[in-house]
Design a binder for this molecule. Structure first.
Ligand SMILES: Nc1ncnc2c1ncn2[C@@H]1O[C@H](COP(=O)(O)OP(=O)(O)O)[C@@H](O)[C@H]1O
Ligand SMILES: [Mg+2]
Length: 362
């Protein structure tokens, strides 16, 4: 058995069964209800959409271990796809930016028509449902000590530039004409959407890279905008950077705490330069060039706005689920440290400031 991934939520292995077939074994490390929800969601997506019937590998069996070290834990087996995930392609030195970009764009073109379909599943003009999603995540953030201390400030200084804080940006966005225009139109949410096109969940098979597969839907949402799937894709850059600990943060504010002083951070990425260049090449424009990037081109104006709103939701959820109450100091130096939630927050804020500007433009 080979370990493919191991986290607090799941352990994922690759193995051969008695028939000699290669399979995935995904074991839940949490309460059974979460993996059950995932299994049911995969089945539902495959049943409801021809697209996912072809794209999500089949679950061949599931059950609960009756013996051994994993006794009582729930698992499922899924067909193994021999290939590389988008994240692995980026990490592989052999692959150049241009080649990955081609696959990335191909993937987007194939998926967007499907996401448009998904929006029709549950027609809703209940903008409140949607705003509710934001407020819920925001509320959770406010209960997290390290984060709530940052949230209280009007500005944060990141890499020597001052940024307006989250609540101020959201207020402006939710008041803007662009947002209200969407509000007037019919609004679409879905309870039938994958919601998780993260780079680790898209597999390009070795034999035929165009026949990509998608695993691991996010079954935790009751409803969401289907464009959230794309938000998770674009979020791959900060997500991987955080997950592989390829960053560190610098701040002097642990020792000094003058009352009205702006809290200031420096964010440093730690990737091998060639890998960072690829992430940058693929993803940068979605964060820093909001008026002309590939999604701006592919999507209608309204869809593009919806996509960016799901980006906000994706970061808020990300900061929440990756929150660590404690920072890890590096080399016993109180200025240099790791903290996943704070890193995501600091990655998010410059983008959110750009987005606020975008919402305020005509
Ligand atoms: N069916 C599969 N075929 C090939 N690789 C897979 C398959 N399922 C999972 N993997 C590998 O295992 C990793 C983790 O699996 P995933 O289901 O995404 O777990 P998690 O929910 O922890 O993200 C994936 O990023 C991928 O590399
Ligand atoms: Mg995954």
């Amino acid at each position: 058995m080979i370990v493919l991934k191991n986290s607090e939520k799941y352990s994922v292995f690759k193995l051969k069964n008695r028939k000699g077939e290669t399979l995935i074994l995904k074991i839940s490390n949490r309460q059974t209800k979460f993996i059950n929800r995932e299994i049911n969601y995969i089945k539902k997506l495959k049943k409801n959409w021809l697209f996912y019937k072809n794209k999500i590998p089949k679950i061949s069996s599931h059950g609960v271990f009756s013996n051994g070290i994993n006794k009582g834990k729930k698992y499922y087996h899924q067909k193994y796809i021999a290939g590389q995930t988008l994240t692995q392609l980026i990490h592989n030195k052999k692959n150049k930016s241009k080649k990955i970009e081609k696959l990335f764009k191909f993937f987007l073109k194939e998926c967007i028509p499907q996401l448009r379909n998904e929006t029709n599943v549950k027609k809703s003009n209940l903008l409140e449902d949607y705003k509710e999603l934001f407020f819920k995540e925001n509320k959770k953030l406010n209960n997290k000590n390290l984060i709530s201390n940052l949230l209280k400030k009007k500005h944060l200084l990141i890499n020597n530039k001052s940024y307006l804080n989250i609540s101020y940006c959201l207020r402006t966005i939710f008041k803007s004409k662009k947002f209200l225009k969407i509000k007037q139109g019919e609004f679409f949410l879905s309870n039938n959407s994958h919601c998780n096109f993260h780079g680790g969940n898209i597999i390009f098979p070795n034999q035929n890279q165009k026949n990509f597969k998608i695993i691991d839907p996010d079954s935790s949402w009751k409803v969401n905008d289907p464009f959230f799937s794309l938000a998770r894709l674009i979020y791959t850059f900060p997500h991987d950077t955080m997950e592989y600990d390829q960053y560190f943060l610098i701040s002097k504010n642990f020792s000094k705490a003058a009352k009205n002083e702006t809290i200031s951070f420096n964010v440093r990425l730690n990737w091998t330069k060639s890998i960072e260049k690829k992430y940058d090449y693929i993803f940068r424009d979605f964060y820093f060039n909001l008026n002309s990037n590939y999604l701006r081109k592919l999507l209608t104006k309204e869809e593009y706005i919806r996509f960016n709103l799901t980006m906000i939701l994706c970061f808020l959820r990300g900061i929440n689920t990756n929150y660590e109450p404690k920072v890890t100091f590096l080399n016993n130096n109180s200025n240099h440290f790791l903290n996943k939630g704070i890193f995501l927050y600091l990655f998010f804020l410059p983008y959110l400031n750009n987005l606020t500007k975008y919402f305020n433009e005509k």
